[in-house]
Ligand binder design. Sequence first.
Ligand SMILES: C=CC1=C(C)c2cc3[nH]c(cc4nc(cc5[nH]c(cc1n2)c(C)c5CCC(=O)O)C(CCC(=O)O)=C4C)c(C)c3C=C
Ligand SMILES: [Fe+2]
Ligand SMILES: [Fe+2]
Length: 337
Amino acid sequence: MSKKTTVLLLNLGTPKSPNVSDVRTYLFEFLNDPRVIDIPWLLRKILVNLIIVPFRAKGSSKIYKQVWTKDGSPLMIYGEKVKQLLQKELETNFTVELAMRYQQPSMKSVLDKIQKDMPQKLIILPMYPQYASSSTGSTFQKAMEIIKTWEVIPEVKFVNQFFDHEGYLDTIVENAQKNDLNEFDHFVFSYHGLPIRQINKVHPNRNCLTCNCHKEFKPDTDYYCYRSTCFETSRLLAEKLAIPKEKYTVSFQSRLDKNWLEPFSDKVVEEKAKNGAKKILVFSPAFVADCLETTVEIGIEYREIFEENGGEKLVLVESLNDHPKWIATLKDLVLKA
Ligand SMILES: C=CC1=C(C)c2cc3[nH]c(cc4nc(cc5[nH]c(cc1n2)c(C)c5CCC(=O)O)C(CCC(=O)O)=C4C)c(C)c3C=C
Ligand SMILES: [Fe+2]
Ligand SMILES: [Fe+2]
């Protein structure tokens, strides 16, 4: 007999609307997460509530207005689509739910609903291909805080990451191949950045920036090192697309300050243009759906930087969104869990 199973898909979350007050509420919840701004409590309260949020809300709201569609935020729209498509793909003993780590639909409200439905098994699947404490780790912590209070705790499975899943990689490859790859002078794999101190917490006995975990992926020691898995994801994609080593760069975007992972994507794009690259293709493998960081940051801001510095064409590989191969990948991850 197959078990009654609930699949909980998760993503970061997005403001209720792009208006300044909703963006402020979203940033306030997001950045007060101790796994996101991982500094002592009092310092975080001062930094986030008196400096970052007040200074950032207006600018972020402007950017959210650029990404917003008549149906809302793309991250939410694709989340809902993926939930429905995955539900269709799975047997009737599976129920698929969607929640967001911050804002709505909240993890508490969706997990309350799941608790009432009493599944025998719960699969928690944050849609982040590479593990990071601030994304996947935070989502699991929140889920555990809620589930630990339940009278009946069902069998719970966590899907920690899937950067090396063939289906995930092949979906990106297929999207990239919608372009003529011979046309490009250079390829950039741009990942969401992280503070360096967070990366170093993963392997506290050595410095990630001076060790070789980006050159060679060693699962025994580096399985949860975000920097290492980002480089490994890029190597796997480059191999599938036959892109030679010297033709691609791995970089990190969306930094909040200078102590984040380097090289910074905006600087790479600028430098490539200054060094004569005319056409570049940018991948965003850390994001499974179109969002502010892809559509606006890469698609608009980096394109401008590239063109201002002598480049002609920056093309962004579209996100996995509702691609049938991505839905098949999620199905496989669920069935394997
Ligand atoms: C890939 C997964 C993500 C990790 C890891 C991550 C870490 C992280 N992010 C911030 C700060 C911000 N991120 C913002 C937006 C944003 N971040 C992710 C994903 C990861 N973040 C996504 C998918 C999005 C877009 C959401 C959308 O609705 O489109 C923002 C808000 C936008 C802005 O003001 O720039 C902030 C702020 C930190 C500090 C961090 C880890 C330390
Ligand atoms: Fe982020
Ligand atoms: Fe590392």
